[in-house]
Write a protein that binds this ligand. Structure first.
Ligand SMILES: Cc1cc2nc3c(=O)[nH]c(=O)nc-3n(C[C@H](O)[C@H](O)[C@H](O)COP(=O)(O)OP(=O)(O)OC[C@H]3O[C@@H](n4cnc5c(N)ncnc54)[C@H](O)[C@@H]3O)c2cc1C
Length: 407
């Protein structure tokens, strides 16, 4: 099909589940050929000895995780959209998620790829060997390429042993600033929880209104902390130390989940933030900046100032342990004045991130949304090199044209 498209110079857009948050799989221009990978949904091999799984690109992330966990293995990358995104889409966006603080992002698990190139030829790169420096790292090049360099059809992924124990806690803070500082305090103490997630008050209120999980809505922020591992004592000890640090940093309370049901509720809360925000305003624009962890308190403060200056709410949540924050501007797009403000607010949020040495996107990618800011983030030399790579791999510019690069 891609060969035909190349012959006709027809734009080709790879599509997984369409859950991307940067509008990457929206076909542009009209008349593009959209190739849905969702029927390539077979898990082809689980190799227990080498701890790998060979999968087609359209497999849903949660399905793959459940399959490998049945035999004691573990695929850690866990975007909050695990039930609604594909492995191919995860690789194309180099997806992260709550557990990536301890375990790394999708790209850290990609051992090999099969990719349909722009001329329709098929590239097989990588394999089961853990070490491989034979030539350039092409799997690294395609990971995070957002469908602009090739269509990923199969992936060989690394697995690890499933952690046997986990302890999940919710720390409640009367001050968002204290919660932000606590992230660094925990990590500086040498504890690396699997998860260290920040939610501000608006996020908590929206979740509670939508899900009725019994969350306290009068707190200014919470941290969701999960420690895990194969030694129960270590897991418990790390959880206790993290709780102690939260209290020292001003937490009002730390509630540890005592049953699988309580743990599930905490996770249900975290995973439902995005949909729950829809109750607050007709529209939201969710960003994905990542900053050095030490800068989180300052960045959180500056985002609040932007919100106050423009008079529109910004909800702050995200994978704070990674420095990855999702400031979501809430607004009504039918009001042109509000939309004009949102564009300025987003530009200011990006400027804040770049000023502290951060980046535009930690996991959602550039897609359509962040194209205008790419040069500011990368600088002219890197941008030019990236354009040359695109030109070399897709000289007719038929693969997801109009994405990633400023037009
Ligand atoms: C509620 C919610 C929560 C989310 N939470 C997270 C999170 O915690 N972490 C995170 O990283 N993301 C998150 N996301 C964003 C999104 O789910 C991820 O970016 C995901 O990886 C996209 O997968 P998909 O299959 O839906 O891809 P799509 O949205 O269909 O496509 C995304 C991009 O990848 C390209 N693409 C898709 N499949 C292929 C393929 N096989 N080959 C080549 N290119 C391809 C598309 O062209 C497009 O550019 C969330 C989204 C939602 C809606």
């Amino acid at each position: 099909m891609v060969k035909l498209a190349a012959a006709e110079r027809l734009p080709v857009v790879a599509r997984g589940m369409g859950s991307g948050l940067a509008a990457g799989s929206i076909p542009m221009p009209e008349g593009s050929l959209v190739i849905s990978l969702t029927r390539m949904n077979r898990i082809l091999e689980i190799d227990t000895q080498n701890a790998t799984v060979l999968t087609e690109a359209g497999v849903i992330t949660a399905t793959l995780q459940a399959e490998v966990e049945k035999i004691g293995l573990f695929y850690p990358p866990d975007p909050s959209s695990i039930k609604h995104s594909t492995i191919g889409g995860n690789i194309a966006c180099n997806a992260g998620g709550p557990r990536c603080l301890k375990y790394g992002v999708t790209g850290d698990y990609v051992l090999g790829l099969t990719v349909v190139l722009a001329d329709g030829s098929i590239l097989k790169t990588g394999g089961k060997p853990i070490k491989d420096v034979t030539g350039y790292d092409l799997k690294g090049l395609f990971t995070g390429s957002e469908g602009t360099l090739g269509l990923i059809t199969e992936a060989l992924l690394r697995l690890v042993a499933k952690p046997q124990f986990a302890r999940t806690a919710l720390a409640e803070f009367d001050s968002l600033a204290d919660a932000s500082k606590t992230v660094n305090a925990i990590l500086s103490a040498g504890i690396v929880p699997a998860t260290l997630e920040l939610m501000d008050q608006t996020a908590i209120v929206c979740i509670e209104e939508a899900m009725k999980l019994g969350l306290n809505t009068d707190v200014e922020a919470t941290l969701l902390i999960e420690t895990d591992g194969s030694d129960e004592q270590t897991v418990l000890q790390e959880a206790a130390t993290a709780a102690q640090i939260c209290e020292q940093q001003g937490a009002r309370s730390v509630k540890v989940a005592q049953t699988p049901g309580e743990r599930n509720n905490l996770w249900k809360a975290r995973r439902s933030i995005s949909p729950a925000l829809a109750r607050k305003a007709p529209n939201k624009l969710g960003e994905d900046i990542t900053v050095p962890r030490s800068a989180i308190p300052e960045v959180v403060q500056r985002i609040r100032e932007i919100s106050e200056n423009y008079g529109l709410p910004i909800v702050i949540f995200g994978h704070a342990g990674d420095g990855n924050l999702h400031p979501n501007v809430l607004f009504d797009k039918r009001d042109p004045e509000q939309w004009a403000k949102v564009e300025k607010m987003v530009a200011e949020i990006f400027a804040v991130s770049l000023a502290v040495g951060g980046t535009l996107s930690g996991e959602h990618g550039v897609g359509l949304l962040k194209r205008p800011y790419l040069e500011q983030a990368l600088g002219p030399v890197s941008l030019q090199l990236q354009k040359q790579i695109k030109q070399a791999l897709d000289p007719l510019n038929i693969l997801n044209p109009g994405k990633m690069f400023p037009v």
